[in-house]
Design a protein around this ligand. Structure first.
Ligand code: ADP
Ligand SMILES: Cc1cn([C@H]2C[C@H](O)[C@@H](COP(=O)(O)O)O2)c(=O)[nH]c1=O
Ligand code: ZN
Length: 190
């Protein structure tokens, strides 16, 4: 529960989890509530994320909200001179500078809501997400449903042989799976 209009302003919220866990839906839900409260809201995503749209943040369930694609974290500071709330999607793709940018915004009274993958397909922490989570006041971890067994999923299993950390995709190339299915795959049992 977050107050849309708290008296002491400025903090960081992080929404993390695997793919298909509802990070973008939750981000959009919080940002829409801020818009209903007539707050000035700006939304950013890294310009590498062209998966569903260039200019919008879009969930796997086709919920969408207008956004500004930016090259680097520093661009966010240049575009947020007069805002109350900043939303950031796909935060894992930003450089480490995103942590200082979020901190500077929150220190200056802005509510920052950042959503991103906490782990890559190998199970390693993804980009600036660990530092962002450590810096945030509020961290929400959301879960998908394991497509193999129905448990709660917190891994994003890659279905292709590509070994680069960054590879855009959706159901075509990733599936959400639970700890136990992930371990079985790692052990080569499936
Ligand atoms: N295995 C799954 N578990 C949960 N949701 C799923 C699954 N596969 C598809 N979805 C869909 O993904 C939606 C969440 O999408 P989204 O918010 O974009 O997630 P994220 O940003 O975490 O990848 C769900 O509401 C649901 O419609
Ligand atoms: C696990 C993993 C994912 N990606 C990419 C795939 C998608 O384009 C995004 C995640 O989007 P979502 O909103 O969380 O569904 O990240 C990647 O590049 N590398 C990975 O290891
Ligand atoms: Zn499972």
């Amino acid at each position: 529960m977050f107050l849309e209009n708290a008296s002491q302003k400025g903090w960081i919220e992080v929404i993390c989890g695997s793919m298909f866990s509802g990070k973008t839906e939750e981000l959009i839900r919080r940002l829409r509530r801020a818009q209903f409260a007539n707050l000035r809201v700006e939304i950013f995503k890294p310009c590498v994320d062209t998966r569903y749209s260039d200019e919008e943040v879009v969930s796997h369930d086709a919920h969408a909200i207008r956004s500004t694609p930016v090259e680097s974290a520093q661009n966010i500071l240049l575009l947020t001179s007069d805002v109350d709330v900043v939303g950031i999607d796909e935060a894992q793709f930003f450089d480490e500078g995103i942590v200082d940018v979020c901190r500077a915004l929150a220190d200056s009274g802005v509510r920052v809501i950042a959503a991103g993958l906490d782990m890559d397909y190998t199970g390693k922490p993804f980009g600036p997400m660990p530092a962002l989570m450590a810096t945030a006041e509020y961290v929400t971890k959301v879960h998908a449903i394991c497509v193999r067994c129905g448990n709660l999923a917190h891994h994003s299993h890659r279905l292709t042989a590509d070994e680069k950390q960054v590879m855009l995709g959706a159901q075509d190339s990733y599936e959400p799976i639970c700890r136990h299915c992930f371990a079985r795959l790692r052990a080569g049992k499936e």
